[in-house]
Write a protein that binds this ligand. Structure first.
Ligand code: 13P
Ligand code: SF4
Length: 346
């Protein structure tokens, strides 16, 4: 693809989203990345939250965490570059121990992944012996290694139901857990943390799910009041909320689903206005692909971790083979069981 044609393509999609000088500069970077990607037999996986120019130019596959895990499992290239955050790149490495997995920035973390440790999971298992543990994919490999099965926002309900257990430990996102509990009609409790360690909550409470106090720092910001204010101004707005939002927020929205499910929803419906309660860049990416849809903007803050991934660093990642993602083998094989079990469910 020549530089001008990549510029033309980006310009067509992004002219109403980013300034033309930025499109020109980024098209040149993307051109270099795409050339080097071929030379090095690399594949680029890009999460739906990538900034618009990167998202529309260099990924071979784009998607939500579940779709990208599947792509990682099928990858044939020698190098996988993950334009997403570290837990996603680690999942690719767990599935591909013999490939080089790179992440363009070593700082692309996630507040959910950082909210829980492997030792926390071991303590929970001691507190609730025999109860199966589901971990959200937004966790690091050592945490996945302690658990029975992973899930993503796209399959969490299906995964919990597949266990056919009257009690389930669901970690670490308290809001995703609350959303799953509501959808499956379960009651949720949270263990009490004290200097002495973890303790069960009040005896006598009936419950089916045990959660953890992790939160996504981006989705935590949206409130029911935000929804009410927007509905007061735009009564015909359709509101979409990611399941990492508080349960009262998803309940007040019109639709809740994974990032790809939200993209499909806007593509396949026709409402006068849409409001997305999720990371900001995705609104730009949807607007670029659906110029005839009006997307209202509420958020001005991006996920600081996803924002770490730039075209400049993706180019350097390919040039310098940096930053290599490694998972110790003893952890990888145990984490693989939890990831594979999830992929088998679908
Ligand atoms: P998805 O799996 O829905 O893409 O979500 C990933 C994520 O980190 C959302 O904040
Ligand atoms: Fe983590 Fe939230 Fe960023 Fe997703 S949006 S990567 S959950 S901090």
């Amino acid at each position: 693809m020549s530089n001008s044609s990549l510029f033309d393509q980006l310009y067509k999609k992004l002219k109403n989203v980013i300034p033309v000088a930025e499109i020109r500069y980024k098209a040149e970077l993307a051109e270099q990345i795409n050339r080097l990607k071929k030379e090095r037999n690399a594949v680029i996986l890009g999460h739906n939250y990538m900034e618009p120019a990167l998202y529309h130019s260099v990924p071979d596959y784009r998607g939500d965490s579940l779709e990208l895990s599947r792509r990682a499992a099928e990858a044939e290239a020698d190098i996988i570059i993950f334009c997403g955050v570290r837990f996603m790149a680690e999942t690719a490495k767990i599935l591909n121990p013999n490939k080089t997995v790179l992440i363009p920035s070593p700082r692309a973390g996630c507040s959910l992944a950082e909210s829980i440790t492997a030792e926390d999971v071991r303590q929970l298992r001691r507190l609730y012996p025999g109860v199966p543990v589901v971990t959200y994919i937004n966790t690091y490999a050592d945490v996945k290694a302690e658990t029975d099965i992973c899930c993503t926002s796209g399959n969490a309900v299906k995964v919990v139901e597949s266990l056919k257990s009257d009690k389930v430990i669901f970690l670490p996102d308290r809001y995703l857990a609350g959303n799953v509990a509501r959808e499956t009609g379960k009651t949720i409790v949270f263990p009490v943390k004290s200097p002495a360690g973890l303790a069960r909550p009040e005896p006598g409470i009936e419950y089916a799910m045990i959660g953890w106090d992790g939160r996504c720092e981006v989705h935590d910001k949206f409130t029911v009041e935000d929804i009410e204010n927007v509905r007061a101004q735009f009564p015909d707005v359709v509101i979409l909320a990611h399941p990492e939002c508080r349960p009262e927020v998803t309940a007040a929205a019109d639709f809740s689903g994974s990032t790809s499910a939200m993209i499909r929803y806007v593509r396949e419906t026709r409402a006068p206005h849409y409001l997305l309660l999720t990371e900001c860049s995705m609104g730009d990416n949807i607007a670029a692909e659906n110029p005839d849809r009006e997307l209202l903007r509420l958020c001005t803050v991006r996920c600081p971790h996803m924002a770490e991934i730039t075209l400049e660093d993706t180019l350097e990642s390919l040039r310098q083979t940096r930053y290599v993602v490694e998972v110790p083998e003893e952890i990888r094989v145990r984490a693989l069981r939890a990831v594979t079990r999830m992929l088998e469910i679908g």
